[in-house]
Design a protein around this ligand. Structure first.
Ligand code: WTA
Length: 564
C-alpha cells in the first residue's frame, strides 16, 4: 500500500474520482461491495491472508482467509437465491457477532438484495417496527433469537423466509442455513449492481416518528474504502479491531466494508464489555489499529491504569473513536494508558463515512472532532439563514455539502423526510458545533430531542409509544439525562391514568416493559411521575423544558412556546 499523504497535501489535490480510480472503478461500471471486499482482494493475491479472526465469550475461535470469505459469501448468496430470495429484497441480519453475520452481509450484497442489519439485543417491538417498515422478506437469525422472530412474524405476512444459522428445533416455514455444511460455491457471478443500487438499510432514530431506514448504495464503498485507509491509517500488516456491532453503521462501514475493501485482517470479539477481556484480546490478537467509542473508553478509565499495565499492549499503534463527543479527559487518559491519542471522528448513519476527522499526523486537540475529511466540504451554518458562519467560535448547525459517495439516497418510504434535511445544497446533520481559528470543529450538542446513550441514538417517539402501551401510563415524555459513563441515559416523565398511584414497583415494572419491547439501551434509567407534562397550546409536549431541567440548564424563553 502506498504511504498516506498529509492532510494538507490531500486538502489541495484530493477528489472522489481519485479514490474510485484506486479501486479501479469506472463510471457506470458494475460495482458490488461484496465482490470488492472478497473477490478483488483474492485477485490482488491475498487469498491466503486472514480476513477474519473471530473469538467469542466462551473462548471459541475461528479464522477465515479472504478466500474463505469469498467462497462462503458466494455460498450464502447462492443458498438465498436457490430458496427464492431475489435482488432488491430486504434481508435482515438478526445475529450476534457470529462469522455468518459478516460473511452473510457480503453474500446478501453479492446477490443484489438489500441487507438490513439489526441489533440482536432488540426486543419485540423494536424488531417488528423495523421489519414492518422495510417490508422485509427474509431474516437470518440464530437459535437464541428465534423466539423474538417467531413473535414478530405472527404480524408480518410479508416476512416469507426465516433462516437459522445454528442448530434449532425448527418449525414449518423455517429453514436451516448451515453455512459450513453447504456445498462450497467456488465461482459466483454477482448480481450486476452499479454505484446507485441500494446496498445497506440502516435504521436510525429521529425526534419524530418511528426509526427511519437510511438507504445506502453500493457507491458508499468509495468513501468507506478511502476513509478507512487514511483516517484509520490501515496498512498491509495491520490487525484491526472495530468493537462496534454491525447493527450500527460503524459496525458495517468500518467493521466490514472499510477494512475488507482494503484487504486488512480484522479481529472480532463476540462478547460484551469487559475491560480485562478486552485488553487480553488486544494482546492475544496483536491488535494494531482499534476503532472504539467514548462510552467504552470511559468504562476502561473507570477500571484504572493498573489494569492496563498488566497487559503488553505495545502492539497498538493507532486509536480512533466515534459516536459521541470524546471528552478531553478521555484523550489524555488514552495517552497515559496506551501512549497514543484517540483520534475522534464525527459522522452519522446518513453520511455513511467519517466526515470530520482527526487525520493521522495532524495535531490532536483534545476535545475537538478535528477537521473535514479532504473530499468533504463542511461548515457550521447560521440557524436562521442557513449561511455559513464566518467568525471563529460562533456556534451553528453542522452541515455537509451534498454529493459525497456514501451520502444516503433517502429514508425508506420517506424521501420527503430526508429531503427536508437538505437546505441550499447543504445536508444539515442535526448537531451544533463551532469552528476555531485553525479550522478545528468543536461539538456543542444535538439540535433535536434524540437521546445519545453510549453512542446509540434513541428517539423519544419510539420510547413514548411503547410507554403508552402500559395500562397505567396516560402520557409520557422521554428525554436525555446526563450520565458519567453513557453521556446520556433515557429518563421518562410519566403521567398516570386515574386509579394508578406512583410507586417504586410501578416504576420498575414500566422500565422492564420497555427493556423487553425495545432494548436495554432504550429502557429509562429513571421514571418521574408528574401531574402534567409541559405543553404548547397546540398540545405538543415541550421536551426541551424537561431536558433543561435534567441538565441544570436555563430553560430559556418559554413564552412563545406556550403561546404556540
Ligand atoms: C453523534 C454514528 C460528537 C452526533 C456513526 C451524530 C458524535 C450522531 C460524534 C450520529 C463525535 C457521532 N462527537 N458527537 N465524534 N460522532 N456523534 O447515526 O450527534 O448512530 O449526529 O452514527 O452521533 O449517530 P449515528
Amino acid at each position: 500500500m502506498t504511504a498516506r499523504p498529509t492532510y494538507e497535501q490531500l486538502k489541495k489535490d484530493f477528489d472522489w474520482p481519485r479514490a474510485a480510480a484506486e479501486l479501479g472503478l469506472e463510471p457506470g461500471a458494475p460495482l458490488n461491495i461484496g465482490w470488492f471486499c472478497s473477490d478483488r482482494i483474492c485477485d490482488l493475491g491475498k487469498q491466503d491472508k486472514d480476513a477474519l479472526r473471530w473469538e467469542d465469550f466462551r473462548g471459541e475461535s475461528r479464522t477465515y482467509t479472504f478466500d474463505d470469505v469469498r467462497v462462503l459469501s458466494n455460498t450464502f448468496a447462492t443458498f438465498l437465491q436457490d430458496q427464492g430470495v431475489t435482488a432488491g429484497d430486504r434481508v435482515c441480519m438478526f445475529l450476534d457477532r457470529v462469522p455468518e453475520l459478516y460473511i452473510g452481509f457480503l453474500g446478501v450484497l453479492k446477490m443484489g438484495a438489500i441487507v438490513q442489519p439489526l441489533f440482536s439485543a432488540f426486543g419485540d417491538d423494536s424488531l417488528w417496527t423495523r421489519l414492518d417498515d422495510a417490508s422485509t422478506r427474509a431474516i437470518v437469525t440464530q437459535k437464541k433469537h428465534l423466539g423474538k422472530v417467531r413473535r414478530a412474524r405472527e404480524n408480518l405476512p410479508g416476512l416469507e423466509f426465516v433462516f437459522v444459522v445454528d442448530e434449532a428445533n425448527l418449525r414449518e416455514g423455517e429453514i436451516r442455513l448451515d453455512l459450513a455444511g453447504l456445498p462450497r460455491v467456488e465461482e459466483y457471478t454477482c448480481h450486476p449492481t452499479t454505484a446507485e443500487t441500494p446496498s445497506v438499510l440502516h435504521y436510525t432514530s429521529g425526534t419524530t416518528g418511528q426509526p427511519k431506514g437510511a438507504q445506502h448504495v453500493h457507491n458508499s464503498l468509495v468513501s468507506q474504502y478511502i476513509t478507512a485507509k487514511w483516517v484509520l491509517d490501515l496498512k498491509e500488516d495491520d490487525v484491526y479491531w472495530c468493537n462496534a456491532d454491525p447493527g450500527w453503521v460503524t459496525g458495517t462501514s468500518y467493521g466490514i466494508i472499510g477494512p475488507w475493501s482494503n484487504g486488512v485482517t480484522q479481529a472480532i470479539l463476540d462478547a460484551g464489555f469487559n475491560a480485562e477481556k478486552w485488553y487480553a484480546f488486544i494482546e492475544r490478537q496483536g491488535i494494531t489499529v482499534w476503532y472504539s467509542a467514548p462510552t467504552a473508553i470511559r468504562l476502561l478509565m473507570k477500571e484504572g491504569l493498573d489494569l492496563v499495565r498488566r497487559f503488553d499492549l505495545s502492539c497498538l499503534r493507532h486509536l480512533a473513536s466515534v459516536g459521541e463527543p470524546l471528552n478531553a479527559e478521555a484523550v489524555l487518559w488514552g495517552r497515559e494508558a496506551f501512549g497514543l491519542d484517540f483520534h475522534d471522528t464525527y459522522w452519522q448513519t446518513e453520511t455513511g463515512c467519517m466526515v470530520i476527522t482527526n487525520f493521522p499526523g495532524m495535531e490532536v486537540r483534545p476535545g475537538s472532532m478535528g477537521k473535514p475529511f479532504p473530499g468533504i466540504t463542511a461548515a457550521v451554518l447560521d440557524t436562521r439563514t442557513f449561511e455559513p458562519l464566518t467568525q471563529p467560535g460562533q456556534v451553528g448547525l453542522i452541515a455537509i455539502r451534498e454529493g459525497w459517495p456514501s451520502q444516503i439516497r433517502g429514508y425508506w418510504n420517506n424521501l420527503e423526510g430526508y429531503r427536508k434535511k437538505i437546505v441550499n445544497g447543504w445536508y444539515i446533520c442535526g448537531d451544533r458545533a463551532s469552528i476555531d481559528r485553525d479550522g478545528y470543529y468543536w461539538f456543542c450538542g444535538r439540535d433535536d430531542d434524540v437521546i445519545n446513550t453510549g453512542g446509540h441514538l434513541v428517539g423519544p417517539f419510539e420510547i413514548e409509544s411503547a410507554l403508552l402501551e402500559h395500562p397505567a401510563v396516560a402520557e409520557s415524555a422521554a428525554v436525555a439525562k446526563p450520565d458519567p459513563v453513557n453521556m446520556e441515559v433515557v429518563k421518562a416523565f410519566v403521567t398516570l391514568k386515574a386509579g394508578f398511584e406512583p410507586s417504586k414497583d410501578l416504576e420498575l415494572e414500566i422500565m422492564n416493559v420497555i427493556r423487553k419491547k425495545l432494548s436495554g439501551l432504550a429502557m429509562p434509567q429513571e421514571i418521574e411521575f408528574i401531574a402534567a407534562l409541559p405543553k404548547t397550546r397546540s398540545g405538543k409536549i415541550v421536551r426541551r423544558i424537561l431536558r433543561a431541567q435534567e441538565f441544570g440548564e436555563p430553560i430559556g424563553d418559554v413564552s412563545s412556546l406556550m403561546n404556540d
